[in-house]
Design a protein around this ligand. Structure first.
Ligand SMILES: Cc1ncc(COP(=O)(O)O)c(C=O)c1O
Length: 353
């Protein structure tokens, strides 16, 4: 630590991203990436991109991406904000709407970036316990919160909250800004995007990293009423006014246009998830009812860290979180069918001792 660190920097406990190994060839089921390549249309657009155009700044608002999101969800482009990955969009949301004067709340088991951003932006927060089956009871959140944020489906549990329940929350808490992080919504849930025209206290966040196979491109977006999106633009233009580069913009637009490829690949992932879940249940492994591109599992007779390290030795990377209540659980990304067959074989080996 340098003596020049600010107090805030000294006190930060940064988010720890999943491992991206360079040395050995692993079956990589640890960071919820999509096992299928991006849409052929995306790759064609990038191949045909005029590289000489890179000397020019990109469109500052990511207009073509906004337009494609607006068209996909049947909303206005003023109700969309795009950023360099949904992590950045979330950071802008924290900065635009929350500060040290009022508390926000999120589940005690959820995406671990929320407490990190709270600390970075000095936002006081409470963690509301999930039920013993890991489900989120949104009616339990105190009434005086400035904001509530959760992932739906939640991470790392994969559990999904139906839209009508979120709508009840929006109705009952008109003075609370509700952020629904839908990073995994395309693998079995219904988006809350349809509610943004009726509720000015809702922001829906999505990413192209998971269901559109573009984690390496870094594109995420938010949807909400124009006034909320304008708040995000104020922060963006005070921080980095060109967050999406030229290549990211044309590629993201293509990914949003090619709905056929998107639907085909996400259906394949859902099918493989169902197959894997059935196999694991038949072996006595506990799983949650995940609607995401990962399973959350507990293998009997072995601790989480031990299972993680055994699978690593066997060439499979998964994720384990050292947090109370879930330290014996593994989050396993859905890969292609053959990868999941191999995973099931290795888990059989663990169970056989
Ligand atoms: C719940 C949740 N939200 C947001 C993100 C961030 O995604 P990205 O920054 O790649 O868009 C992730 C990534 O794993 C996630 O799990």
């Amino acid at each position: 630590m340098s003596r020049f660190y600010s107090r805030n920097t000294r006190e930060l406990v940064p988010y720890v991203p999943g491992e991206q190994p360079k040395d050995k060839k692993f079956i990589k089921l640890n960071t919820n990436e999509n096992p299928y390549p991006p849409s052929p249309l995306v790759m064609e657009r990038i191949r045909n991109f005029n590289l000489e155009d890179l000397r020019l700044y990109p469109n500052s608002e990511g207009a073509v991406v906004k337009q494609a999101v607006a068209k996909y969800y049947g909303i206005s482009k003023d109700e969309v904000f795009v950023g360099n990955g949904s992590d950045e969009v979330l950071a802008f949301i924290f900065k635009a709407f929350f500060d040290d004067t009022e508390k926000i709340g999120f589940p005690d088991i959820t995406y671990s970036f929320y407490p990190v951003y709270s600390a970075l932006f000095n936002v006081p927060y409470i963690r509301v316990p999930v039920r013993s089956d890991f489900s989120i009871d949104i009616s339990q959140y105190p009434e005086d919160l400035k904001g509530i944020i959760f992932a739906n489906p939640n991470a790392p549990t994969g559990l999904y909250i139906a839209t009508y329940k979120i709508e009840e929350l929006l109705k009952n808490r008109p003075n609370t800004l509700v952020i629904v992080d839908e990073a995994y919504i395309d693998f079995g849930g219904e988006s809350c995007a349809g509610l943004i025209s009726r509720y000015d206290n809702l922001i829906v966040v999505q990413t192209l990293s998971k269901s559109r196979s573009l984690a390496g491109l870094r594109v995420g977006f938010a949807m909400g009423c124009k006034e909320l999106m304008d708040g995000l633009v104020r922060v963006k233009d005070s921080f980095n006014s060109y967050p999406l580069d030229r290549i990211a913009q044309i590629a993201a637009e293509a990914a949003l246009i090619d709905t056929e490829y998107f639907n085909e690949t996400r259906q394949r992932i859902i099918k493989t998830r169902q197959w894997t879940q059935e196999k694991l249940l038949s072996l006595g492994v506990k799983t949650t009812d995940s609607k995401a591109n990962f399973l959350f599992v507990k293998i009997p007779g072995i601790s989480g860290p031990e299972a993680l390290s055994f699978l690593r030795q066997e060439g499979i990377l998964v994720r384990n979180f050292n947090s109370p209540g879930i330290c014996d659980w593994l989050r396993i990304t859905i890969g292609i069918q053959e990868e999941m067959e191999e995973l099931v074989e290795k888990i059989k080996k663990i169970i056989a001792g």
